[in-house]
Structure formats: C-alpha cells, structure tokens
Write a protein that binds this ligand. Structure first.
Ligand code: DX5
Ligand code: ZN
Length: 215
C-alpha cells in the first residue's frame, strides 16, 4: 500500500491541534511539514515552534520538507524539534554529500528533493546514501497548484536508478496529488504521496486519506 503524507500546509492554522489529531487518527503513515523561508521559494510558511507544537500532538512519522537556503545551519534544530525524515533540496545544497551525512549522523532519515526542471541523473553518485527521493510535481512554494504530468516519467527513471544502484531509497511525490494523478504515480512506482489541498478541502479528510491509501 502506498504511504500517504498529508501536508499540514493546507490545514486550518487556527485549529492546528485539531487537524493534527485528525491526521494522527487517520490511516496516513506520515505527516508532511513544508518549511519555506521566502528565499529559496517565494513564500514563507513556518519554522521550529510550529514543528515542535505538531510533534506534541502526534506519534506519526514527521516528514519534513525544507524549502530553505543554507539548510546546513539548521539540521540539528530540526532534529530537536521532532523531524523523523529530513528532506533538503538538491538545488539548495552545494555540498550535498556532507548535508546528507550530517542528517543521518543526527539520527534522521535523509531525503533529497528535485525541482521539476532538475534531471534525476544528478543523484547518480549519491542515490545509495539516500533514504528518500522527493520528486516535485509542482514548483515548490504553494499548495493547490496544478500537477506537472512529466513527474510520472521522472518517477519511472528514478526507480530504474534506485534498482540499478541497489539503493533502499523510497520515492515520494509532492504537488497536485489527487486520486487521478496519484494513481498514475503509484503505477509509475511511487512509494509515498504528499497531498495537501486535496485532503483538507474534502468533506471528510480521513476518508480521502483512506481512498489515497488504497490506490
Ligand atoms: C509545495 C509543497 C507541497 C504542498 C502540496 O511547495 O511542497 O507539499 O503542500 O500541496 P498540494 O497537495 O495542494 O499540491
Ligand atoms: Zn512539500
């Protein structure tokens, strides 16, 4: 079954405890946390205090997606705030191997995200070190954007690389996921799907999560 990682970016921030408790009682295995700094992406979301607050209300895996410049400065702080998986952008890391090694040394799982324009080949030399590859199916920065359909082919290509290099990395896809696009991604080999607006704008988020799990 595919892992579903609902994104709290689309929750009601005035009722964040209620919404996190709802996710905690759902069949989602992970909870996706989007951290944006207004530099790497043209939007600002939230940081450590909000992540720590979320951590208090769930025992699920916190799948933290850093859309920030200079992530190296904050890796230990994200660990302390409760991140289980820490994903950095390839495009934001000059010394990616060092960053990945440090995330793992701190005891977290390490992921790398690729923007829509970034080819998968750039991960060839590091794929065996990764726990997760996050394929962006929108340009990062905002929830509710339209799915970029070339993401399915990209999932197929990264799956080939993972198999070829005997990597244990999981493939997660982020952006514009609904039942239709999610199905294509699962067929292409995705192990995990992020879903924000599709889950939170539905009349029953827990039922929507269940339907996504069954794809
Ligand atoms: C976009 C974020 C996503 C976002 C997805 O920059 O990385 O995680 O929350 O939102 P939807 O599912 O609405 O496209
Ligand atoms: Zn994300």
């Amino acid at each position: 079954m595919v892992i579903i990682s609902p994104s709290v970016l689309s929750c009601d921030f005035g009722n964040i405890q209620r919404d996190v408790e709802m996710l905690d009682s759902s069949n989602a295995e992970w909870i996706h946390i989007d951290v944006m700094d207004g530099v790497f992406v043209p939007n600002i979301s939230f940081g450590f205090p909000v992540l720590s607050a979320i951590r208090k209300h769930t025992s699920k895996v916190l799948d933290v997606h850093l859309m920030i410049a200079n992530p190296d400065h904050y890796l230990a702080d994200f660990c302390k705030a409760g991140a289980n998986i820490l994903t950095v952008h390839y495009e934001a890391c000059t010394h990616l191997h060092r960053t990945i090694s440090e995330i793992k040394r701190l005891g977290m799982k390490a992921g790398v995200a690729l923007n829509p324009h970034t080819p998968i080949d750039v991960l060839e030399e590091i794929i065996s070190e990764l726990d997760l590859v996050l394929i962006m199916s929108v340009n990062p920065g905002f929830g509710g954007q339209k799915f970029i359909s070339s993401a399915s082919d990209k999932v197929r290509k990264i799956k080939e690389l993972i198999n070829r290099e005997n990597s244990k990395a999981l493939i997660e896809v982020d952006g514009g996921v609904n039942l239709e696009t999610g199905k294509l991604l699962v067929q292409a080999g995705a192990d995990a799907l992020v879903a924000g607006s599709f889950v939170f704008s539905s009349s029953s988020p827990t039922d929507t999560i269940q339907s996504l799990c069954e794809l």
